[in-house]
Design a protein around this ligand. Structure first.
Ligand SMILES: Nc1nc2c(c(=O)[nH]1)N[C@H]1C(S)=C(S)[C@@H](COP(=O)(O)O)O[C@H]1N2
Ligand SMILES: [Mo]
Length: 156
């Protein structure tokens, strides 16, 4: 008999009061959304998939971001970095998922086309993206952090 595979986990880290390492079954404990998407891949052409899983927003809110939610401007310097098992990674801005700004229904999907992702790990789903490259599969980490203070400051 095949030994049970070690379950895939996603590490939520960075500026979080409650960092966590979650399995796909644990992600399923959050309210799930379903979405049917089409994206284009430079090498493979158009792809259509159905995904199900929690909103990245809900996953991160549960990890208690160290962000001041009283105002709005303070949130805009925060970034998310999403990494896949093969090292493929991409950044999102906090404002893309924040309902006061872009409010995109970005998912950490727990299934693709009805197939569970328990062993592979969750997949990032960015419905507004025309290109598939941010649909990162086997997500192992989501980092939240501020844009470094010195970025954009011009000294003369
Ligand atoms: N972990 C990981 N996820 C990834 C990629 C990758 O190289 N690694 N490629 C992306 C790209 S370019 C596309 S188009 C979609 C779909 O690619 P696939 O059909 O090869 O999975 O997955 C995205 N997710
Ligand atoms: Mo792609």
């Amino acid at each position: 008999m095949r030994p049970p595979a070690t379950p895939a986990t996603v590490r939520l880290h960075g500026d979080l009061a409650a960092p966590a390492e979650l399995t796909v079954p644990q992600l399923r404990e959050l309210p799930a959304e379903r979405v049917a998407v089409t994206f284009d891949c430079l090498s493979q052409g158009a792809q259509h998939h159905g995904f199900e899983g929690p909103l990245l927003w809900d996953v991160l809110r549960a990890a208690r971001p160290r962000i001041d939610f009283a105002g709005r401007k303070q949130r805009l310097g925060h970034l998310l970095a999403v990494t896949g098992a093969d090292g493929h990674r991409a950044v999102l801005s906090w404002a893309e998922i924040d309902p006061d700004f872009g409010g995109q229904r970005i998912l950490l999907a727990t299934s693709i086309d009805g197939r569970p992702l328990d062993e592979a790990g969750p997949q990032l789903v960015v419905p507004a993206d025309g290109c598939g490259a941010r649909y990162i599969s086997g997500v192992t980490a989501v980092w939240l952090g501020p844009l470094p203070a010195e970025v954009g400051v011009v000294s003369r």
